[in-house]
Design a protein around this ligand. Structure first.
Ligand code: ADP
Ligand code: MG
Length: 711
């Protein structure tokens, strides 16, 4: 008996082994990232046409929304006097005919050929006594029979039709028939979870007999995708516990006591809990690997500082890495403030102590300044360093780095995190790692992207904050400026955030300058207004921020540089211009700049009435909720995985079918399963089929499989 065929094997068979895939088709398939038979079988249908819902033209009444399947007859195209394109075609089924009109879709004349069988979705109208559909949805069906027809993502450009792809899938599955595709999931679980076996799932997703077939197949294949990811995360986590060792810190110290005693307020219960979770981690040799998440204003900075000071108190160093220069600078300002008057032991000084030394290292720090910082990191005279990617460049090393905080804000990848961790490894010790996210992430996403981390959550805001009232304003912008004036009259301050210009610091800055000029020469001419954007140099930024903090400015016009870290409790109004250009998470972060004191705060989202449905949904979500966790879930529903993965392309490609919003329950099941399957050495002992599959999976997405497992 031959063994079932593994995914590794399927991935080693090139698609050109299939009938009709020559050099040209092979190249086309490569364009849609299909190279192997495995790629082909996981190039899943985009949707299905259920031909039992098909209407016959003779039965159709004008005004009805229907699906019609028929053959294309003659196609013509022309242009109107004002150069708009019109493509017309007629379609017939056995019972009648229908006229099709496409406006501004000139490419339809190439897509639609005489004799082609297509499925149309749309509203049928009566025009000059003839049934007609205008701009219907069109799916090319080809000559495929069967009640349910799978429609594949097609690429006009690559010249691939859905029936080509369907035919190749059928052939590939037929050729797997005798050996069948391996199913590494122990039968017990297949049964308990009511799943199809893997081979049947592939067959049913590509050639279903009913809609319920598709759903069952999908469940199985979704679980497979998620489980592979969870197995890697679990193996990585357990192995790390066994293999790596870090500095064992003493948690109590005079430095820490002085720091905590010097705070002008009491810690929230959530901060206490989180700090103690972190302290426990830091007092163990096993390197911490923890995610700290909390809503805007929950007080993460303090928790991070606490962790960093535990390192410093024992003569080690701490580092904080932020995704942008502006954020690094803001963290730097905040931490310097928190560390004011803190001292560390230093026997080389007369008093036996010296002020705690915090330095900034970004690409903006150059020349001899940079030299000094780098030197201090190396010789240990710098205790804490705050920076950007500059921290993980070649030629940077630490004397004794024991705690690393990464403020991710969704912008770093797993790989970068591990580079910084390796910086401290000269003495064979791994630094402890705390990852902070400024934006709460939905639970399923946290499990998938950060699944190998322990999680601490700040689920409580410091007392005395009154909820921010948020409204979307499309017309009465004057009233908004009126509100700003009346707040300023009461001694309060306001922010105005300028329209976001995607991906360009420079355009962003000039948009801010224009907005600023307009406001100071117009509605805000009687107020003291400052301007802040990413193109100002560090000193200018600092000066403006200080003036605003000290109350010498009433209004701060800014770009998203103020998104994180800016903290002025007296500011009570946030005006966000062109709010429809921002995402939910970003709007929530920006809004979080107000509501930091005891005064009632207001956020105005300015956006025209005619914005996309998605943008409307985002703005309404903000109007309705102040809870970052609830908003994160909503965001995931609206935008899908894109929000979460951003830079993590590899992670994104791992999930072709699974959706973190829709498949929550499968994420949890996959995680539970991974915990059962992986043993306490981080191996898949006894599940050699899965072991092989996970290794293949890891090798496939990264050349350095060992590194990924080590993480
Ligand atoms: P975030 O979690 O958004 O990073 P921050 O760390 O910036 O929040 O803290 C927000 C504000 O709350 C800061 O002004 C900080 O000083 C203040 N803060 C933090 N913890 C407390 C607390 N326990 N009580 C009162 N204010 C606090
Ligand atoms: Mg913060």
């Amino acid at each position: 008996m031959t063994e079932p065929i593994s995914l590794r094997e399927l991935d080693a068979i090139s698609v050109d082994r299939l009938q009709g895939v020559g050099e040209q088709r092979r190249a086309s398939l490569e364009q849609v990232e299909v190279q192997s038979v495995f790629d082909l079988l996981t190039h899943y249908p985009r949707r299905y046409i259920d031909r039992s819902h098909e209407a016959k033209l003779v039965d159709v009444d004008p005004g009805q929304q229907v699906m019609i399947v028929g053959d294309i007859e003659k196609v013509t195209s022309r242009r109107t006097r004002n150069r708009k394109s019109i493509v017309e075609a007629s379609l017939s089924d056995e019972t009648g005919s229908l006229k099709l009109v496409f406006f501004n879709q000139a490419w339809r004349s190439k897509q639609l050929d005489q004799g082609l069988t297509v499925a149309l979705f749309g509203k049928v109208e009566l025009y000059r006594n003839q049934l007609q559909m205008t701009n219907p949805l069109v799916d090319l069906v080809g000559d495929r029979t069967g009640r349910i027809v799978a429609i594949y993502p097609q690429s006009e450009k690559a010249g691939l039709t859905t029936w080509d792809i369907g035919r190749w899938c059928t052939e590939a599955l037929r050729r797997c028939q005798s050996r069948r595709i391996v199913d590494p999931l122990p039968e017990q679980y297949v049964r308990e979870l009511g799943l199809l076996d893997r081979m049947s799932a592939f067959e049913a997703i590509h050639q279903p007999n009913s809609t319920s077939d598709v759903l069952r197949a999908r469940d199985r294949l979704v679980l497979d995708e998620l489980l592979r990811v969870q197995l890697v995360l679990r193996m990585r986590k357990v192995r790390r516990l066994h293999q790596a060792s870090g500095v064992k810190h003493k948690v109590e110290s005079a430095l820490l006591t002085k720091f905590l005693d010097g705070l002008p307020f009491a810690l929230t219960a959530a901060q206490e809990r989180t700090m103690s979770e972190i302290s426990t981690d830091l007092s163990s040799e096993q390197p911490m690997h923890r995610l700290l998440q909390g809503d805007v204003g929950a007080g993460k900075t303090l928790v991070a500082m606490h962790a960093l000071l535990i390192a410093v108190a024992e003569g080690h160093q701490g580092a904080l890495m932020a995704p942008t220069e502006v954020l690094a600078e803001q963290h730097y300002i905040n931490l310097v403030e928190l560390a004011r008057s803190l001292e560390v032991e230093d026997q080389s000084t007369l008093a036996g102590v010296r002020p705690l030394s915090i330095k900034l290292l970004t690409n903006g720090v150059t020349g001899s300044d940079r030299q000094r910082v780098v030197q201090g990191m190396e010789d240990g005279s710098v205790d804490l360093v705050i920076g950007t990617h500059a921290l993980i460049q070649e030629g940077i090393s630490f004397s004794s780095l024991s705690v690393v905080v990464v403020d991710e804000q969704h912008r770093f990848g797993v790989e970068q995190r591990s580079v910084l961790r390796e910086q401290g490894r000269d003495d064979g010790k791994w630094p402890h790692l705390l990852v902070m996210t400024a934006t709460p992430i939905p639970r399923t996403a946290a499990m998938t992207v950060y699944g190998d981390l322990d999680v601490s959550t700040l689920n409580e805001l410091p007392p005395g904050r009154s909820p921010i009232s948020t409204s979307w304003v499309s017309e009465d912008v004057q009233a908004v400026w009126g509100h700003v004036h009346s707040e300023v009259a009461k001694g309060r301050q306001a922010y105005v955030v300028c329209p976001l210009i995607e991906e360009s610091d420079k355009l962003d800055a000039s948009s801010a300058e224009n907005t600023y000029l307009e406001l100071v020469s117009g509605v805000l001419s009687d107020l003291r207004v400052g301007l802040l954007h990413g193109r100002l140099n560090a000193a200018e930024k600092q000066e403006t921020m200080e003036a605003f903090r000290d109350g010498q400015l009433d209004v701060l016009v800014a770009t998203t540089v103020i998104e994180v870290g800016v903290d002025v409790p007296n500011a009570t109004t946030m005006v966000i211009l062109s709010a429809d250009r921002f995402g939910i998470a970003q709007l929530h972060q920006l809004r979080g700049r107000v509501g930091r004191g005891t005064h009632q705060s207001t956020c105005f989202l300015i956006a025209a009435d005619q914005i996309s449905e998605d943008a409307k949904a985002r703005l309404s979500a903000l109007e309705e909720s102040n809870d970052g966790f609830a908003l994160a879930e909503r965001d995931l529903e609206l935008r899908g995985e894109g929000t979460i993965f951003e830079q993590r392309q590899s992670g994104r490609n791992d999930l072709k079918l699974a959706s973190l919003a829709r498949d929550r329950i499968w994420v949890e099941r996959a995680r539970d399963l991974a915990e059962e399957l992986v043993d306490d050495q981080g191996s898949l002992e006894g599940h050699h089929l899965y072991e092989d599959e996970v290794l293949w999976f890891v090798e496939r997405r990264d050349d350095d499989a060992e590194n990924l497992l080590r993480g």
